[in-house]
Design a protein around this ligand. Structure first.
Ligand code: NAD
Ligand code: UDP
Length: 314
């Protein structure tokens, strides 16, 4: 099949492109390289079935494809808050353009949505039936509301134009190919520990997150796209093992024993969700999927990846 991956040079997209090539598909990686990186896809360049297009999804695209994975969008709060108007455009105009492409080519299309559609949730763990608690005018809204609107568009194209859609809601995911300065908690803590800098916990560190290793995410993405039981989602994907941010900081320090870093506490950003943990009952039932990689195993691989950046600097 000819498969388009928007945001293909980013963290998740680069893993997806690699896996699709391994399965012998033709892969078109589309990216404007805002947060993505050519290094992430360098090893794929030799493959004749791999093609890269520099393009911004907020503009229409005319190509022929069988499947579309729509990932283009900065995912880290630091990056999506850098140019919030563009973030909303990427979510909304990007979705409209890619849905239009899917409509014209009759391609199946999967949306990389997010646990942020639940906002700062009052329901714990979060099930897909929960509609969320999102601030429409805060600093996270460009991303949260943008992604919510993208879900609306996907379901309206499904109802109105009978498009073959899939929607997954991704909870915090980590692994190699993350941007070392993207400001997300895993990359921050590991880079800080490797460079003997202070480990910056925002707030008192009691807020929780559940961390999914990227390989588990790629498994469910492909299962979701190719399922034959008519299940379109939305479906949660994440690792239900929940950690406080303080526990995460301690785990990272334990795994980098040579680090001289100390934990410090900084102000909690506005609207930072207090707790987050996916209920993955639906993914198990409909797709027979559950994550297999525990935090310690995933962190080991991620730390090894980040060491390369620090070693280069030395
Ligand atoms: P990332 O920032 O590493 O990747 C996003 C990619 O999209 C980058 O390569 C970037 O250059 C590209 N991009 C941004 N704007 C674009 C535009 N206008 N046109 C074309 N390309 C553009 O982030 P990621 O972690 O790989 O996330 C991928 C997708 O998964 C995103 O849609 C994100 O919202 C979603 N997601 C990720 C997580 C996570 O924890 N990683 C959680 C929830 C949802
Ligand atoms: N966080 C932190 N220190 C950092 C970066 C993040 O304490 O250096 C916290 C952040 O406030 C949030 C959690 O870690 O509570 C996860 O943040 P991230 O930016 O990775 O993603 P989010 O889940 O908030 O979108």
């Amino acid at each position: 099949m000819k498969i388009l991956v928007t945001g293909g040079a980013g963290f998740v997209g680069s893993h997806l492109c690699k896996r699709l090539l391994k399965e012998d598909h033709e892969v078109i990686c589309l990216d404007n390289f805002f947060t993505g990186n050519k290094d992430n896809i360098l090893k794929l360049m030799d493959n004749k079935k791999f093609e890269v297009i520099r393009h911004d999804v907020t503009f229409p695209l005319y190509i022929e494809v069988d499947q579309i994975y729509n990932l283009a969008c900065p995912a880290s709060p630091v990056h999506y808050q850098f140019d919030p108007v563009q973030t909303t455009k990427v979510c909304v105009h990007g979705a409209i353009n890619m849905l239009g492409l899917a409509k014209r080519t009759k391609a199946k299309i999967l949306q990389a949505s997010t646990s942020e559609v639940y906002g700062d949730p009052e329901v714990h763990p979060q099930t897909e039936k929960y509609w969320g608690k999102v601030n429409p005018i805060g600093i996270r809204s460009c991303y949260d509301e943008g992604k919510r609107c993208a879900e609306t568009l996907f379901f309206d194209y499904y109802r109105q134009h009978k498009l073959d859609i899939r929607v997954i809601r991704i909870f915090n995911t980590y692994g190699p190919n993350m941007h070392p300065n993207d400001g997300r908690v895993i990359s921050n803590f590991i880079m800080q520990a490797l460079q003997n800098k202070n480990i910056t916990i925002y707030g008192d560190g009691s807020q929780t997150r559940s961390f999914q290793y990227v390989d588990d995410l790629i498994d469910i993405m492909m299962k979701m796209m190719n399922n034959k039981n008519g299940f379109i989602g939305p479906v949660n994907t994440g690792n239900p093992k929940e950690f406080t941010i303080k526990e995460l900081a301690e785990k990272v320090l334990e795994m980098i024993p040579e680090s001289k870093s100390k934990i410090i506490y900084e102000e909690l950003p506005q609207d930072d969700p207090k707790q987050r943990k996916p209920d993955i009952t639906l993914a198990k039932k409909e797709l027979g999927w559950e994550p297999t990689i525990p935090l310690e195993k995933g962190l080991k691989k991620t730390i090894a990846y980040f060491r390369k950046f620090v070693d280069v600097k030395k």
